[in-house]
Design a protein. Sequence first.
Length: 451
Amino acid sequence: MSSNPVAETVASLLPRAKAELTELVAFKSVADFDQYPRSESEGAANWIADALRTEGFQDVAVLDTPDGTQSVYGYLPGPEGAKTVLLYAHYDVQPPLDEAAWATPPFELTERDGRWYGRGSADCKGGVIMHLLALRALKANGGIPVGVKMIVEGSEEQGTGGLERYAEDHPELLAADTIVIGDAGNFRVGLPTVTTTLRGMTLVRVQVDTLEGNLHSGQFGGAAPDALAALIRVLDSLRAEDGSTTVDGLASDARWEGLQYDEAAFRADAKVVDGAELIGSGTVADRIWARPAVTVLGIDCPPVIGATPSVQAGARALVSLRVPPGTDAAGATKLLQAHLEAHTPWGARVRTEQIGQGQPFRADTSSPAYAAMAGAMAVAYPGQEMQYAGQGGSIPLCNTLASLYPGAEILLIGLSEPEAQIHAVNESVSPDELERLSVAEALFLRNYAAN
């Protein structure tokens, strides 16, 4: 890092940042209260509220959102006439999956091989710490030149939309000139990146029924229609021979014009086993950022252990469809449902139900905020030019904010680079990335105020 005073301040604050992230990671703040106590999420929310008060934020509030979770809000006034920037992160986390597969306990921040391991360290409790570091560095070097609102969501990973609905009911609360979403990440460690597009998503449950009850496969198999086989057929219809997503009426030939993703690097990042081919056509960037992608998330059917020789009367699956920018998620949902119904074989009875949806997002990269961030990134990452990348995942709040505040500029940065392994076992954050992105955010706020 350079001798820039802001960078020097951030570097001096890293030990404090690690201690705070250790405290925050310790909360088992999974917003699924059937699995984890509500008190864990409430404890994390109160920790963040206390941190904002310590930094001088006003109107700090723990907001009860309509999905039964809590988000934390605070406002730090800027100089007279200054612009307002909204900083976003979330404190809820994914379940740790198989805790025995973690090299160290998932809710204990542990340093190993130059990285800090723990659930939420990158996604997105580290984002909370990144925002705090940036603000502290500015306060120590001439002050914060903009008004700052901070919102830290409590149910982003669950996708239950609590903060989105709260914002729609209180549109004045999060109004800002620019919004920095701290829930994305660099394309590679050390390569400064802003995420300019997000795919949306729809979730559809499909139920196939063929019989009034299961039948003996020896007595009836071969003529009795098998619901599980019918379900397999209809799910297979969602992919072409090369694995490309094929939903009737849904375009799947868009091209990605920005940063490209080398196939060998993708195989390594995705940990594809030897001999397995990548699926789809076009470049990797086309496939994961610009085109729809269907995934079968789960199937209800008898497990192998304990299975009986029966023709199955019914079976169901949960299907996810990632929706690229430029495609309406509601329209894609209807196409997916129509496809599932049209491709169900043998006259089987089929029912589909939408259970979740989020719209895709595309940022305006020609805005002054992007120029301000490019200048900040150039200082925080000497010798590197800011890159534009897409992200295959969804952040539904982005579209809510874009709809509520059409004049606001939205930037997505964060700590979730490939080595972070977010949502997987052994999630980690690079302290170097935390340091550099905190510097970049601080300098961005200063640059943006000067525009």
